[in-house]
Structures are given as structure tokens and as C-alpha cells.
Design a protein around this ligand. Structure first.
Ligand code: ATP
Ligand code: LTN
Length: 338
């Protein structure tokens, strides 16, 4: 049915294997959208190991972290029959397109990226890795190699998406229409889950204070303890809004794990204190994560299924990226288009 095919978007998104496991912010801001969208759209989900090398990394751990992240995504509901799940470094076209886009990118626009400024803050330029600077170009190459039109991400990636569109537009202007301009897909709720220690800081895998992270693989007693210790706002009222950043963050998590709206949850706690709220929240998170953790345990007990899914995904991804690169090479005037 060609009409239906036209309406189907091609989505692309990625996650870095920067820790032992993702945190609940990754799930809420990104993975749950990916699971929903794979039923509707053509999806490419990529474990971006090359991006994780923009900060210091441990070679002995990288491959295993990559595999554990793949198992996490499968356990969350990414279905390799519906999504192309693969590892970035398995498809060489990503690095090749990065170079071609590097020659279209400007130093000024890359210097303005908030993530670059934050991750290099306080360091002398002599010690800031060039990879950190090029990070958004590699990210643009990821998406454009598949000519994807929709990129579901958390709020922290908004600026990188704008840069990606600028690069695609400039490329099209210089060399002819090649790339669709990708749109960011950022959910209204939960797109920026904050640290449990500090409601002004994003929950982040590479955070310097990882105690504020709720890991997807945290056992029940750790979850209960972390929620009990989570910072709250002044006053006793459970309310959702900017004046209650810490409680609103907990409500966003509560909402994601139960499917109820944050305001509806807040109303149910009228007249009750933080203690009741936190106890129930911890149990809701535990009930939500337990089946996920069981599936994750099964997948990790025999990783051959995970590895096979990644190999199949890489094969499919290569086919698409190679055909884009052949076109791009020709457009920019390289002698060989393969
Ligand atoms: P790092 O700290 O290593 O940069 P990260 O925790 O930011 O890691 P990524 O692998 O960079 O995670 O991101 C994977 C996806 O999760 C992205 O779409 C990102 O926008 C989303 N994401 C990351 N942190 C949060 C958060 N706190 N709330 C909502 N979404 C998030
Ligand atoms: N930078 C992203 C991860 C990422 C990505 C992508 C997301 C790398 N390539 C392409 C969407 C599309 C992050 O979340 N830190």
C-alpha cells in the first residue's frame, strides 16, 4: 500500500554506552518513545559507542557495556523485528559521513553547543578532547546517513537537533537536495528527568554525582532507599509545577511508571505528607522495573540472542547507509562513489 508507506516516518535515535546501565531518565525521555514509535514508524535505534569515546573510557569495559545496553533496550521492549537495533561502529558509513559533514560545519556553530561548553567547562583547551567538539557532527551523520525525518530524544538534545538541521540544509544548498530536514520529537512530560539529589541538574549517566541517578538495574532495596533520600521542596504539599521542582520531578517519574497524569497523582495525595507519597512511589517503581529486570537477566544469561540481534541490525543498517553514502560521494564530487 504505497500511500501508507509515504505516511510512515523514518525515525532514528541513539544512546551512549557510557555506564553499566541506563537510568530511568533515559527510559522516560527516550526509550519509551522508541518502543511506542516502532509500531508506527520505520525505526533505527543505535548504540552510539563512538560518541561514548568523546569522554575518557575504559577499553576493557566498552564492548560489555555496549552489549548490556543492547540487552536493556531489548528488555524495555525494543523488538528487533520492528526496529533496526545496531551498534554505531559496526557501520563505517557513520564515520565517513562525519568527515564529509565536518567540511560543511563551522567552528563557530560547534563552539556554541551547550553540551560542549558544559563538558569542557573549567578545562584548558589543551586538555579538551577534539571528539567532544565534533560530537554533534557525528550525531548529524548518524541521522542523515539514514535520511531519517524524526528523532525522538530528551530535551538535552534539542540544540544538537537544530545544528543537524542547519548542516543538512547547508549541504542541500551546496550540493543539491539530498537530506530531509529531521525534526526533533520531544515528549511534553519527562523530557528532562532531574537528579534525585539536585532538581536543577539533569539525571545523567556521566554525572559527577551519580548518587542522584536511579539506575534501571537498581535492586528494590536500593530504589526504596534512593527515593526515601530524594530531595524534596519546602512545604508539605504534593503539587505539580515550577514552584515545586523536586516534587514535580518525582511526579514525572511516578507518572511514567504508572501511566497516570502527574496532576492526577498529586491530587490523590492532597492532605498527605511526603512520606506516604515516597513509599508509594518507590513501590510503583519497583513493580515497574521488576519485569524489566527479569527479562534483562534472561537476556544476559545467554548473550548469543543479543549478539545475533545486533549482527542482523548492523546488516540492515549498512544497506541503507551505504546507499546514502554512494549518493553523497557523488554529490560532493569524489571520484569513486562506492
Ligand atoms: P551521558 O551522561 O553519558 O551524556 P545521558 O544520561 O545523557 O548520558 P545519553 O546516552 O546521552 O544519556 O542519552 C540517551 C537518551 O536519553 C537521549 O535521547 C537523551 O536525550 C535521553 N536522556 C538522557 N538523560 C535524560 C534525562 N535526564 N531525562 C530525560 N531524557 C534523558
Ligand atoms: N547525543 C545523543 C545520542 C545520539 C543520538 C544520535 C540521538 C547520538 N547520535 C542520533 C539521536 C540521534 C544523546 O542523547 N546524548
Amino acid at each position: 500500500m504505497p500511500i501508507l508507506l509515504h505516511l510512515m516516518a523514518r525515525i532514528f535515535s541513539g544512546v551512549q554506552p557510557t555506564a553499566e546501565a541506563p537510568h530511568i531518565g533515559n527510559y522516560i525521555g527516550a526509550f519509551r518513545q522508541w518502543v511506542d514509535l516502532q509500531d508506527r514508524d520505520e525505526s533505527f535505534i543505535c548504540i552510539v559507542d563512538l560518541h561514548s569515546m568523546t569522554l575518557p573510557w575504559e577499553p576493557a569495559e566498552l564492548a560489555n557495556r555496549t552489549r548490556m545496553l543492547a540487552a536493556t533496550l531489548l528488555a524495555c521492549g525494543i523488538d528487533p523485528k520492528k526496529s533496526v537495533l545496531f551498534v554505531q561502529s559496526a557501520v563505517k558509513e557513520h564515520t565517513e559521513l562525519t568527515w564529509l559533514l565536518t567540511c560543511v560545519a563551522r567552528m563557530g556553530e560547534l563552539s556554541r553547543m551547550t553540551q560542549f561548553k558544559e563538558k569542557s567547562r573549567g578545562k584548558e583547551s589543551g586538555s579538551v578532547g577534539a571528539g567532544l567538539f565534533m560530537y554533534p557532527v557525528l550525531m548529524a551523520a548518524d541521522v542523515l546517513a539514514y535520511k531519517a525525518d524524526l528523532v525522538p530524544v530528551g530535551d538535552d538534545q534539542r540544540q544538537h537537533l537544530e545544528l543537524m538541521r542547519d548542516l543538512a540544509e547547508r549541504f542541500n544548498r551546496l550540493f543539491g537536495d539530498t537530506f530531509p530536514l529531521p525534526d526533533a520529537f520531544i515528549s511534553e512530560e519527562g523530557a528532562r528527568i532531574k537528579s534525585l539529589d539536585d532538581p536543577t541538574a539533569k539525571m545523567s549517566k556521566s554525572s559527577e554525582r551519580p548518587t542522584g541517578n536511579l539506575w534501571m538495574v537498581d535492586p528494590p532495596e536500593v530504589i526504596r532507599d534512593k527515593i526515601k533520600r530524594a530531595v524534596t521542596d519546602s512545604g508539605r504539599e504534593i503539587a505539580y509545577g515550577p514552584e515545586k521542582p523536586a516534587i514535580s520531578n518525582l511526579l514525572d517519574i511516578y507518572s511514567a511508571v504508572t501511566g497516570k497524569a502527574p496532576k492526577e497523582i498529586a491530587e490523590a495525595y492532597e492532605g498527605k505528607g511526603y512520606a506516604d507519597f515516597k513509599t508509594d512511589l518507590a513501590e510503583a517503581i519497583v513493580s515497574f522495573l521488576t519485569p524489566f529486570q527479569e527479562r534483562y537477566g534472561e537476556l544476559m544469561a545467554d548473550v548469543s540472542g543479543v549478539d545475533a540481534a545486533l549482527a542482523e541490525g548492523a546488516e540492515k543498517a549498512r544497506g541503507v547507509a551505504a546507499s546514502t553514502l554512494a549518493e553523497v560521494r557523488e554529490r560532493v564530487g569524489l571520484m569513486f562513489s562506492q
